[in-house]
Design a binder for this molecule. Structure first.
Ligand SMILES: O=C(O)CCC(=O)C(=O)O
Ligand SMILES: [Fe+2]
Length: 310
């Protein structure tokens, strides 16, 4: 059931975002708005691509075939084959070790990740997800990655417009017995994201992610084939159970994405996807998101004065 009071209060806070969430669930509206944005932008589009190409030999991913990558992303809503250099991984890990992270993404619940058990005792529950704030501003390797010409070129081609960087997020997912409420809050049930009329995310594993150890799970090509199980599901934005998804899609298309530290991929998370809870080893993930418009909802920018430890 839609809670009208909640919708009205969110509308007051961020009308553009709430309107987009209402409209972007309809494929025709997504197409019309994306084409219009592309048309308005067309003068800037080719120079943007050329600028990326000019800088391409500085890219971390200059050896990846970008045309194959974008074709894969267009076909499946998913594209694989990125790998971060060791030095970048090391810098992000150092940042993560030496910077407080925030339980449940709450600015007043900071702790150092090595002290997670102490923080759990103080909070009185297991911490499934803890996220850093201001990571791009405070970690040089992340800010360099956000401006990587390969990532920007693919973003422009996928969006059909000069891309808008809307945020990066770096977070730990820990091997805990989490409540269903926390699993729901932290996207551990199958869902589709409606973050804009057109958008996508890069995912980079900063720790090794083996089977059953917190892999991201995505249904290949489900962007053009949403699960219609209940009436209205083609437009509904809801959580799905594992058995609904396992019963709807061929097992071959439900991908548990594993990889060693540094592994990266692009995903349009309008595809059906979810996070999974690791059995024994925590997962550190960096996500970088590009879209047509910035509603201010996807970034990790927080006023440092408002951050505190538990
Ligand atoms: O933690 C994960 O792998 C899932 C996150 C997710 O749903 C998202 O980034 O849209
Ligand atoms: Fe999601």
């Amino acid at each position: 059931m839609v809670n009208i009071a909640n919708v009205l209060s969110s509308f007051k806070e961020n009308p553009g975002y709430v309107a987009m969430r209402g409209l972007a669930r309809f494929p025709m509206v997504r197409n019309v708005v994306s084409s219009a944005r592309g048309a308005l932008n067309y003068r800037a589009f080719q120079p943007f691509l050329q600028n990326c190409e000019k800088r391409m030999d500085q890219s971390f991913f200059k050896d990846v075939d970008r045309r194959i990558f974008i074709n894969e992303l267009n076909r499946d809503g998913l594209a694989f084959g990125l790998m971060l250099p060791d030095a970048t991984l090391k810098e992000i890990r150092n940042y993560a070790i030496n910077t407080p992270v925030y339980a449940d993404r709450k600015p007043n619940m900071g702790f150092f990740y090595r002290e997670r058990e102490d923080a759990e005792a103080k909070i009185g529950k297991p911490i499934l997800v803890a996220q850093y704030f201001n990571a791009r501003k405070d970690c040089g390797a992340i800010s360099k990655l956000v401006n990587d010409p390969f990532l920007e070129w693919v973003a422009a081609m996928y969006l059909g417009s000069v891309p808008t960087f809307v945020g990066c997020n770096l977070w730990w997912t820990s091997p805990v017995q989490a409540s269903d409420e926390d699993k729901d809050k932290h996207a551990h049930f199958y869902h589709r994201d409606v973050d804009d009329f057109r958008f996508f995310k890069y995912f980079f594993y900063i720790t090794d992610v083996k089977e059953d150890e917190g892999a991201h799970i995505c249904v290949r090509a489900s962007i053009s084939n949403p699960p219609v199980i209940k009436k209205g599901d083609q437009w509904n934005i809801r959580r799905y159970t594992d058995s609904e998804i396992n019963g709807y899609y061929p097992a071959d298309d439900i991908l548990e994405i594993t990889g060693r530290a540094g592994t990266g991929f692009a995903e349009d998370t309008l595809c059906i996807h979810k996070g999974s809870t690791p059995k024994t080893e925590p997962r550190l993930l960096l996500q970088i998101q590009y879209a047509l418009f910035d509603y201010g909802t996807m970034n990790d920018d927080r006023n440092p004065a408002e951050l505190s430890l538990v």
